[in-house]
Design a protein around this ligand. Sequence first.
Ligand SMILES: *[C@@H]1O[C@H](CO)[C@@H](O)[C@H](O)[C@H]1NC(C)=O
Ligand SMILES: *[C@@H]1O[C@H](CO)[C@@H](O)[C@H](O)[C@H]1NC(C)=O
Ligand SMILES: *[C@@H]1O[C@H](CO)[C@@H](O)[C@H](O)[C@H]1NC(C)=O
Ligand SMILES: [Mg+2]
Length: 260
Amino acid sequence: MAQRETFVLVLLLLAAELMFPKIKAMSVGSRKRSKEWSGGDGEGSFCLSWRLAVEANNVVAWPTVPPQCSRYVETYMINGQYDRDLELIVEEILAYVNQTFLVGDAMDAWILDVDDTCISNIYYYKAKKYGCDPYDPSAFRTWAMKGGCPAIPSVLRLFNILLDKGFKVFLVTGRDEETLGQVTMNNLHNQGFIGYESLILRNASYKGKSAMKYKSDVRKQLEDKGYRIWGNVGDQWSDIRGDYLGNRTFKLPNPMYFVP
Ligand SMILES: *[C@@H]1O[C@H](CO)[C@@H](O)[C@H](O)[C@H]1NC(C)=O
Ligand SMILES: *[C@@H]1O[C@H](CO)[C@@H](O)[C@H](O)[C@H]1NC(C)=O
Ligand SMILES: *[C@@H]1O[C@H](CO)[C@@H](O)[C@H](O)[C@H]1NC(C)=O
Ligand SMILES: [Mg+2]
């Protein structure tokens, strides 16, 4: 375009801005709104900071997702970013798995958490404003009793590779053994988690104890039996803190709830 025409165009645009300030205000407003979910200076930006702090275990013992982050967490969970984050972590886990040389005495172990690690509660949390509503143990039990949690595909893929490699995979969950044992086993089975060494659930002696304490004790018992825990994967910090953690731990994302 000739310089002169460009100059005229710029003049026209300037004149339009001066004559129609409302149009400009509107366009700024809509830009701000769309920025909210993509990380500008709106609520999305706050929610992104909040989620990062949660994942880094800087924000702890949070009872609910901040109310202004319901849409943000929903978008994160269902619009692909959560799945991509999981896939990247699973690739990192597989790179580590590739470097391991198993002893091959059937004592090479790997630990996976169950809820929001192997199988997903995203449909349950959808009805709980993605974690903005307070934790509701009886509603969660009702949901879990249906045995309809879908597999998390990237973790199912990891699970099968671990089995192929020769790991003994232990699934360790804070779910109550008495009420949810059978249905959890069925749910894992119907989602393709087949061939693990054992599913360890919380029994009466761990009622009221923190997940960190309970899971540490479970891992200690496995090591006392002679298992070498090569890796430990969970969506909660309480899965990967405490004692007898294993040689590598991996934290999966979960911005919907915190388990102490
Ligand atoms: C692991 O090793 C296999 C076989 O050598 C290879 O195909 C795969 O790309 C490796 N994966 C990673 C994440 O390094
Ligand atoms: C409860 O679970 C723990 C850890 O798995 C185990 O050591 C203990 O024997 C169990 N207690 C009962 C009563 O089953
Ligand atoms: C795993 O950790 C244990 C205990 O820290 C250590 O003795 C062992 O050498 C580690 N194994 C590998 C393969 O890194
Ligand atoms: Mg979990």
